[in-house]
Design a protein around this ligand. Structure first.
Ligand code: CA
Length: 375
């Protein structure tokens, strides 16, 4: 900025006086370089207050945006139900009730079936693969295209890593064991289990334990050991199943009201985007670091029994996932079809790599080397 225009601007605010030599002397803190406006934004979330991982991750994200902007963009977080119900964050951000929201995009399939692919699709991308798709594989552009008509801009802002399939009171040995089961799960997993005869409900996290306790549901999936231990599901159901094929690396999102985001100066836009990316990395790291210890606590202190879903049941679930994809591709939602095409093209390109890289390595790590054994 030229000195002339700087003086003209600041003199109008009374912050600068000219000395006898013509040098500007500050009588109050200098104005920020980009914008003098201070914004106070609300971030609604789908999470119970203080819940480790997703909940505390959203709170850290808000703190980071506030601190990195020097308070020019101050973000206040609301837990589920404090400002809007847990599953209505998308609407709240879209219509401006809140400027920001943090939840999982697959809570909003009623807006577009394409929302599923930015959280998780059954037998789809792992956490690392999903991040690669969104940031370097064309995913973000498709996400933006889907959300623009709703006045929403979304960023990846968290990942739970691979989830657990969930909690069951009885063992699941055959596909028939799913029939009549009253189970909590959202997204396309709800459709898969419904097609296999289960009776599925989509409850927010904070409502799962009371529903299990009252017998309103027989079982539930939520996230994994870290959160499931905190919410106490082991007190009501003892069989804890994997693999979490339905959410092999569930992404969480930061939603921003697009009109408000577009109006931000460039530096605040960058702060929001980079803070979201940092939140993503930090949350994934937290789940990776803490889930093992939580799992041990569940098994060793609470008598939880780990089970693996039998192959026949997995195949039946995979077939239904495939049917859902085929039906969506035959449907009328053009953006969803575009998203699925992009997602599958990326999946087909990335899996030949992850198969010979991480998958081969994870298998090799099971060999009986002394490395890592207890002394
Ligand atoms: Ca889940």
């Amino acid at each position: 900025m030229k000195r002339r225009s700087f003086l003209k601007t600041t003199a109008a605010g009374g912050a600068i006086a000219a000395s006898a030599t013509g040098t500007a002397v500050a009588q109050a803190p200098a104005a920020p370089a980009v914008s003098t406006g201070r914004l106070e934004w609300r971030m609604v979330t789908s999470w119970p207050k203080g819940l480790p991982g997703v909940g505390t991750g959203a709170e850290k994200l808000a703190q980071n945006i506030t601190q990195m902007s020097g308070g020019r963009l101050t973000v206040r977080v609301f837990a589920a139900g404090e400002l809007v119900p847990a599953l209505q964050c998308f609407d709240a951000v879209s219509n401006g009730t809140a400027e920001m929201g943090h939840d999982a995009s697959y809570y909003h399939l009623s807006k577009s079936e394409g929302q599923a692919f930015f959280t998780a699709f059954p037998f789809g991308l792992s956490a690392g693969e999903l991040t690669g798709w969104v940031h370097h594989g064309g995913g973000q552009a498709l996400w933006d295209e889907m959300n623009a008509p709703f006045n929403v801009k979304a960023f990846l802002a968290g990942n739970t890593g691979c989830q657990m399939l969930g909690w069951f009171r009885r063992e699941i040995n055959t596909v028939d064991d799913l029939k009549g089961l009253k189970f909590r799960t959202p997204g396309n997993q709800a459709k898969i289990l419904t097609r296999l005869g289960a009776s599925v409900v989509q409850l927010p996290g904070g409502e799962i334990f009371p529903a299990l306790q009252s017998g309103a549901i027989d079982g539930a999936e939520w996230i994994g050991p870290l959160n499931d231990l905190a919410l106490g599901f082991h007190q009501v159901a003892k069989f804890y199943y994997s693999p979490g094929y339905h959410e092999p690396g569930a992404g969480l999102q930061l939603m921003v009201n697009k009109q408000r985001y577009d109006a931000l100066p460039a530096d605040l836009k960058a702060i929001v985007a980079v803070a979201a990316q940092a939140a993503h990395d930090d949350m994934y790291a937290e789940y990776t670091a803490k889930s093992g210890a939580a799992l041990q606590t569940l098994v060793q202190q609470h008598g939880v029994q780990l089970r693996t879903l039998p192959r026949d049941v997995l195949v039946a679930c995979g077939q239904q996932a495939n049917n859902i994809l085929v039906e969506l591709m035959d449907g009328r939602d053009e953006v969803t079809k575009k998203i699925i095409s992009g997602y599958l093209a990326y999946r087909n390109a990335v899996i030949p790599w992850t198969r010979v890289a991480e998958q081969a390595y994870f298998t090799s790590r099971l060999l009986p080397f002394p490395h890592g054994r207890r002394a």
